[in-house]
Design a protein around this ligand. Structure first.
Ligand SMILES: [Zn+2]
Ligand SMILES: [Zn+2]
Ligand SMILES: [Zn+2]
Length: 428
């Protein structure tokens, strides 16, 4: 056996075999690899070039095409970001711009580059009021029915083809039902009501009854078989204001404030509850909620809410209390009391946004909002009111990436008949 020698690196106490020393120039393997990594890093720093893909380009359609083009990561290239987000660019598109982008998406669909086409079409559907019927035809004829939100304003012709297929294409039935739910016009409502009365034979192969797919598109059948919307068409986004809580933030007089700390404690983990959404109900911005009182505060336990729905009994004077209907989640890890993330308070922005502006979390735009369609990360999850069993209406959502550079979304709901609020949470 050969004698071991010390690693040449001062400060390292490892000993190595002479054969290793020959390979590495005298250091142990970990020290050797560390040196190589440092050298590589230095090389990258010295040789990295800034690349501006947008230089000289002012046409927003061309800028968006570049933005949506997937590029291989190259450590020697630092891509300079565009000074506007994709969402901001979509907002400034004219009708003709939207049509050009739609045409571009169709060319991508023809080349079967579905990912890129999907992002463009989703952005058009969520961020603009463009209709994408031409692209939808191309998408449909490739047998693509997902994401269903793309179909939300499909023509009766496409709707009827979807209805035809849903009976005959079991492999795609799940996506076809979602697309139909998103169309949700009178014909679809009648069809769902018919299925509810007499389930088709194939319904037994689904996880949920076919009419329940409507929740994914924010509606359900009421007792008379009519369409009941579970969200508000009006919507405002939240903007971060002030610094992280902890200092002496002035209590803001905005119509809606999100994520304010409160004195009530969560009975499960003893940490302080947060008022997820604090709404001054008579402010013109939130009259669309059509609630008659002064104030609505919907509270959550930022910790426990990650493991189950939390209900509160609310009064329309802003007071609330932990609901007797709460049941401890099956899985609830302990939390250290001061462990919580520092959260930024947010307030409603004065600018109204489109109903579906925050509906698609994959578009990477901030989605904190009051009203509008929720951005479900998982399947739609409208809680049933624990008192009257009716599905609760969506009030707003808080995007944790905006609030704390964290992840996941908290969703707030209300049963206006029982004055019970609920909060649940989803993450990837
Ligand atoms: Zn070493
Ligand atoms: Zn808790
Ligand atoms: Zn109720």
């Amino acid at each position: 056996m050969s004698e071991r020698v010390a690693c040449q690196n001062s400060g390292c106490s490892a000993t190595i075999l002479p054969t290793t020393a020959l390979k590495t120039g005298g250091t142990c393997m970990p020290c050797y690899q560390k040196k190589l990594a440092l050298e590589k890093e230095a090389y990258i720093l010295q040789n990295r070039k800034d690349v501006d893909w947008y230089k000289g380009i002012i046409d927003p359609v061309e800028v968006l095409k570049i933005m949506h083009t997937p590029r291989k990561y190259n450590p020697l290239v630092r891509e300079l970001p565009y000074h506007k987000s994709a969402q901001e660019l979509y907002h400034q598109l004219t009708k003709a711009d939207c049509e050009r982008l739609e045409t571009y998406a169709i060319s991508l669909i023809d080349q079967e580059d579905f990912d890129q086409a999907e992002t463009i079409l989703l952005s058009l559907v969520c961020f603009t009021d463009a209709r994408i019927e031409r692209a939808l035809h191309a998408f449909f004829h490739k047998g693509m029915y997902y994401p269903g939100i793309l179909y939300k304003e499909a023509s009766p012709a496409i709707r009827d083809e979807l209805i035809h297929l849903v009976e005959r294409d079991p492999a795609n039935r799940n996506h076809l039902l979602l697309a139909l739910a998103w169309i949700g016009d009178e014909v679809v409502v009648r069809l769902f009501a018919k299925w509810k009365k007499g389930p088709p034979v194939w319904a037994s192969n689904l996880y949920v009854p076919p009419e329940n797919y409507a929740h994914e598109a924010g509606w359900e059948l009421d007792q008379d078989g009519q369409k009941r919307l579970l969200f508000h068409l009006e919507s405002y986004n939240f903007e971060v204001y002030g610094e992280k809580i902890g200092g002496s933030e002035p209590v803001n007089a905005a119509a809606v404030v999100a994520l304010q700390p409160d004195d009530q404690c969560c009975p499960w983990c003893q940490s302080k509850l947060r008022v997820l959404i604090d709404c001054h109900l008579q402010d013109p911005l939130v009259r669309f909620l059509k609630l008659s009182g002064e104030r609505l505060r919907i509270a959550a336990c930022i910790h426990c809410n990650c493991y189950g729905t939390v209900f509160t009994k609310v009064e329309l004077d802003g007071s609330y209390s932990w609901s007797e209907f709460n049941t401890v989640p099956e899985f609830l890890p302990e939390t250290e009391l001061d462990e919580g993330l520092p959260l930024r308070t947010m307030r409603i922005s004065g600018r109204s946004i489109g109903t579906y502006e925050g509906a698609c979390w994959t578009l990477e735009a901030p989605t904190s909002q009051i009203g509008g369609h929720p951005a479900w990360i998982q399947d739609a999850e409208y809680p049933a009111c624990p008192c009257c069993s009716e599905t609760m209406e969506f009030i707003g959502q808080i995007d944790m990436e905006q609030a704390a550079d964290s992840e996941g979304i908290y969703y707030a709901f209300l049963c206006r008949a029982c004055l019970i609020a609920a909060v649940n949470y989803q993450q990837t």
